[in-house]
Write a protein that binds this ligand. Structure first.
Ligand code: UD1
Length: 366
């Protein structure tokens, strides 16, 4: 019998699972690590395991790519077999990707105590697949491990019980703080021929931004204007790399292969500004004190705006350029939210080890 089964599947999961795995191992908890294989490229998966010294997964489900339904179904089928075999007491899932949702639903029906890391984040944009994943995962979870006060407030407003909600802080920050000194020492900038604070870093991968060629062209027009002020480097997610290369008209926007964890951390840490549609990068820039321009209309991480370095600029070129000018002129506040302190993994392990599965009341009453 396994005490805690942890599931990771996609790039943004790996750095979230590592501190929890370590904290549980330190407490002598019997853990099983499952990699669903949602992300599988060397640069989207293996490099994170190598650089962060995450142990080799105990099971690899090899679900690969597909439609949302295909991918979710494949993870559900694979996880069901692992749960049947290993009978975990707890199942832990991070984030909001399809692997998160799929594993949580299966575990809830199998009677595991389901713990969701990053519970309570809400963009209130039902057009985002991740928002569906967040809401449904929270609903089938027993323990809601919230990264910030706004997430706690969202969960209370949705009627979750106080004994389900735990404010544990941001576990991604644990990994960032543990690795940032090592990242800064790398030759990332030299390798890319960049000067500290002499460039902006960009990432784009959300369907709403990259799937429609007209929208993507508009974004690249705005980026080209920013690039007139400062050169931009864009490590491209494989799903959008080709379309972005086709949309790019500026020789001051360099599209490169995806970077590993440490090189991307170094790229952010030394940037003058970051432009992104990622969720995690809004958080990482806040902790690094780097201005972040979020190329979306909404965010599930509003705390990075109220207590961090993030601004929502949408896709409007004027707003993007005005915010870039503010960032380059130093007109951006630098703050860090409470409990983003490197101890979230410990707090999560404390919640898990202090929950008695025999007496914990399942959330049938919200
Ligand atoms: C997923 C998450 C998204 C997260 C992102 C981070 C969901 C619904 N979305 O989006 O929330 O921000 O990961 O990267 O779970 N591909 C490869 N190699 C890989 C993985 C993907 O080439 O290793 C390509 C394939 O063409 C694939 C496409 O990317 O079809 C999409 O991959 P998928 O995992 O479905 O979603 P992401 O866009 O990566």
């Amino acid at each position: 019998m396994t005490d805690v089964l942890l599931v990771a599947g996609a790039r943004p999961n790996f750095m979230k699972i590592k501190p929890v795995l370590d904290a549980l191992e330190r407490r002598g908890v019997d853990t099983l690590l499952v990699h669903t294989g949602q992300h599988y490229d060397e640069r989207m998966s293996d490099v994170f395991f190598d650089e962060l010294a995450i142990r080799k997964p105990d099971r690899f489900l090899a679900v690969g790519s597909g439609t949302h339904a295909e991918q979710t179904a494949a993870v559900m089928t694979g996880i069901e077999a692992v749960i049947d075999e290993t009978k975990p007491t707890f199942l832990v899932v991070p984030g909001d990707v399809n692997s998160t949702l799929a594993a949580a639903i299966v575990a809830a029906k199998a009677g595991c105590v389901v713990a969701h890391i990053e519970a309570g984040l809400r963009s209130r944009d039902w057009g985002m697949p991740e928002e569906v994943n967040r809401v449904v995962t929270d609903r089938v979870s027993d323990l809601l491990l919230a990264p910030s006060d706004d997430a706690v407030e969202n969960l209370r407003a949705e009627g979750y019980r106080e004994d389900q909600i735990h404010l544990v802080g941001n576990v991604m920050v644990d990994t960032l703080l543990a690795n940032v000194a090592r990242a800064r020492q790398r030759t990332t900038l030299e390798d890319l021929a960049l000067e500290p604070a002499g460039y902006g870093a960009v990432t784009l991968h959300r369907p709403a931004n990259v799937d429609d060629p007209a929208v993507l062209a508009g974004l690249f027009d705005a980026l080209a204007k920013v690039a007139e002020r400062i050169p931009l480097v864009l490590p491209a997610h494989p799903r959008a790399a080709e379309r972005m290369r086709a949309a790019n008209r500026s020789d001051r926007i360099r599209i490169i292969e995806p970077l590993g964890y440490l090189d991307f951390l170094a790229l952010q840490a030394h940037a003058a500004l970051v432009l992104t549609d990622s969720g995690g990068i809004q958080e990482e820039t806040t902790v690094l004190g780097i201005p972040c321009l979020t190329l979306r209309e909404n965010t599930e991480r509003p705390i990075t705006i109220t207590e961090g370095t993030n601004r929502l600029v949408g896709r409007d070129p004027d707003a993007i350029i005005a915010a870039a000018d503010d960032a380059l002129a130093g007109r951006f506040e630098k703050r860090r939210p409470a409990l983003w302190d490197g101890q979230a993994g410990e707090r999560i392990a404390d919640v898990l080890t202090s929950t008695d599965p025999a007496t914990f009341k399942r959330p049938t009453d919200i």
